[in-house]
Design a protein around this ligand. Structure first.
Ligand code: PLP
Length: 461
């Protein structure tokens, strides 16, 4: 169970005012404001307050337009499992470029990629390929509605699932609005969210198996599917509690509710994806990110029976699914090259590095008796400014003081040449070695060293 710790303010401490963004990024951001609202094309871009403009990337490292080289633990939000400019992807895409970038006809490469995925993932027998994880989640929800004839969904509080209205509900909730622990409120994400959308979403807490059973039973007639990311990054990056998975699965089956596993991010957890790792047996999957090798992609998949909603058979499918760039050949050949290289040995390497990193960070915390904890699994990790570990989103939610500490931490990492995502998953990539783990642990330990005077007054973890 996690405990919030009141940090002393650190105005002017190491990390607070370190210059990590160069003049060229600053100039680019000023120019960007002339054309983009808020100066960016996606709200998720990390900035402090100015984003770092990328020039190129190679392997585990990103180079910014000001010539700085940084170890990349963001990897475009966990997409680049082989790091930047992975040679097999570069070759495949270069070859495809000269053959054409998109056709109204299907390609053989899309069948190759689909067969590779279906062969690996238990329960994923049929697949449709789209361009983003958001689309994949949207089509999985539509499929669940078509199959069950019910409109609503249940989802886990704090979990991020992309840009579909229903999936966005309560992704950015907070203590002021999240309501009782027993009945979390459905909180809108954007101004103008229709009330009907909020009425159609039941919010569950990952730390409350009994609540999941109760609420799914109460809403059985309204809920088509429960949407779950097995280790939701923005909800704390907390490996799932087996009791919660069991409760969810039993309650869903008992109430005619389908299970949609959103593995857009967590597909990187194993050769077979995330559900297989945690004993979850979904009816439908949404996947994305790594399967595109660094090009845009998403995919919805599931049993042959469930995926029959996309069958047209000469008529109109129950759920028609199209898209001008869906299964475009560049994403197909890039994804195939990346996934072919992602064999069991590659996953074992990532698992080993991840275990080593989490253990070494945790050891440093214990040694310094510091109020921090580490969550994550496989190639993913997250640092919390809490004595932990948190069990769910509410417990992982940063107080304003903790958020300041984490900002300082990210700044120190940037100043020392490491991109550490804030309040989300940090990830490793296959080109990394124990040398990169040394770098990360070293910077984290230096950060703890600068704070050590504050820990004593806080009580021991
Ligand atoms: C769990 C999860 N679902 C869905 C999405 C949306 O994917 P995309 O950004 O490709 O639309 C993301 C993106 O980060 C994600 O992490």
């Amino acid at each position: 169970m996690s405990t919030s710790v009141p940090f002393r303010s650190h105005q002017g401490s190491a990390g607070s005012h370190l210059p990590t963004i160069g003049p060229r990024s600053r100039a680019a951001f000023a120019r960007a404001h002339e054309v983009f609202p808020d100066g960016t094309t996606r709200v998720t871009v990390e900035r402090d307050p100015i984003p770092r403009y990328a020039a190129n990337g190679y392997g585990a490292y990103l180079f910014d337009v000001d010539g700085r080289r940084l170890l990349d633990l963001n990897n475009n939000f966990t997409t680049l499992i082989h790091g930047h400019a992975f040679a097999p992807v570069v070759e495949a895409v270069t070859r495809q470029l000269s053959l054409g970038t998109c056709y109204a006809s299907p390609t053989e490469a899309e069948i190759d990629l689909a067969q590779l995925i279906c062969a690996r993932v238990p329960g994923l027998e049929r697949i449709r390929i789209v361009n983003t994880g958001s689309e994949a989640v949207m089509f999985a929800i539509k499929a669940a509605r078509a199959i069950t004839g019910k409109p609503g969904i249940a989802k886990i509080e704090g979990a991020y699932h992309g840009n579909y209205d229903w999936a966005e509900v309560s992704q950015a909730t907070s203590p002021a609005v999240w309501g009782d622990a027993d009945t979390p409120q459905a909180v809108p994400f954007y101004a103008g969210t229709p009330a009907s959308v909020l009425d159609e979403v039941t919010v569950l807490r990952a730390g409350d198996p009994d609540g999941a059973r109760r609420r799914l039973a109460e809403q059985a007639d309204a809920i088509a599917c429960v949407l779950i990311d097995p280790m939701a990054s923005r909800a704390g990056l907390i490996p799932p509690d087996p009791a919660f998975i069991t409760a969810l699965q039993e309650a869903a089956r008992a109430n005619g509710i389908l299970i949609v596993s959103d593995e857009v991010l967590n597909f990187r957890q194993s050769y077979q994806g995330a559900s297989a790792r945690y004993g979850l047996q979904p009816d439908l999957f949404a996947i994305g990110k790594i399967i595109g090798g660094g090009l845009p992609i998403g995919a919805v998949g599931g049993s042959r029976e469930a995926m029959a909603v996309f069958d047209a058979e000469g008529k109109r499918a129950m759920v028609p699914q199209g898209g001008t760039f869906s299964a475009n050949p560049l994403s197909m050949v890039a994804g195939l090259a990346a996934m072919q290289a992602l064999d069991e040995a590659a996953f074992a390497h990532l698992e080993h590095l991840g275990d080593s990193l989490r253990k070494r960070l945790t050891d440093r915390i214990a040694q310094r008796q510091a109020p921090f904890c580490i969550t994550g699994a496989a190639s993913l990790f997250r640092i919390h400014a809490k004595v932990g570990p948190p069990r769910d989103f509410r417990e992982s939610f940063s107080t304003p003081e903790e958020a300041v500490v984490l900002d300082d931490l990210t700044r120190l990492f940037a100043a020392e040449g490491i991109i550490l995502p804030k309040a989300a998953a940090a990830c490793l990539s296959t080109p990394m070695t124990e040398g990169e783990i040394d770098l990360i642990v070293g910077v984290f330990d230096r950060f703890l060293e600068t704070r050590v005077d504050t820990f004593a007054e806080l009580g021991k973890p």
